[in-house]
Design a protein. Structure first.
Length: 141
């Protein structure tokens, strides 16, 4: 088959000639080639779109960075609150009072209101040096 039909006819009459001589007329999809001016216009549009996308990506990066900087302290606080809820307590550092019970071999730590906050076995260096040590009774210590 020939590449071009009706070359000798003007472009305005070519469509009528093809319609009259065709077996049928059907709608189909195909790739229509650009002319030099159309191709140049497409390349310019491509460059404009690329620049606009790059600008938007930069804005997006700045926006996400800003959101992350605002989110970070909230996430840290949330983690602490979740841990407090999980353990039903809060971690604190305060002065506690150490009591050594040589009879039971235990050491107890008490906070300022008298609650035992920690208990453990006696370390060897905490054991009595002498078996004749007087127990502390709170009056003559």
């Amino acid at each position: 088959m020939r590449k071009i039909l009706g070359e000798d006819l003007p472009i305005a009459e070519r469509a009528d000639f093809l319609r009259d001589n065709a077996d049928s007329v059907e709608e189909i999809n195909y790739m229509k080639q650009f002319g030099p001016d159309e191709l140049l216009a497409m390349k310019e549009r491509h460059a404009e779109i690329s620049i606009e996308i790059k600008d938007l990506e930069s804005e997006k990066k700045d926006f996400v960075s800003n959101i992350k900087s605002k989110q970070k302290p909230l996430k840290n606080e949330l983690s602490g609150v979740q841990d407090n809820i999980k353990f039903k307590a809060i971690a604190v550092k305060e002065a506690c009072f150490k009591f050594v019970d040589h009879d039971s071999g235990q050491v107890g730590y008490y906070n300022a209101i008298g609650d035992m906050v920690q208990q453990r076995p006696i370390f060897p260096q905490e054991r009595q040096k002498s078996i004749f040590q007087m127990p502390k009774e709170g009056t003559n210590d």
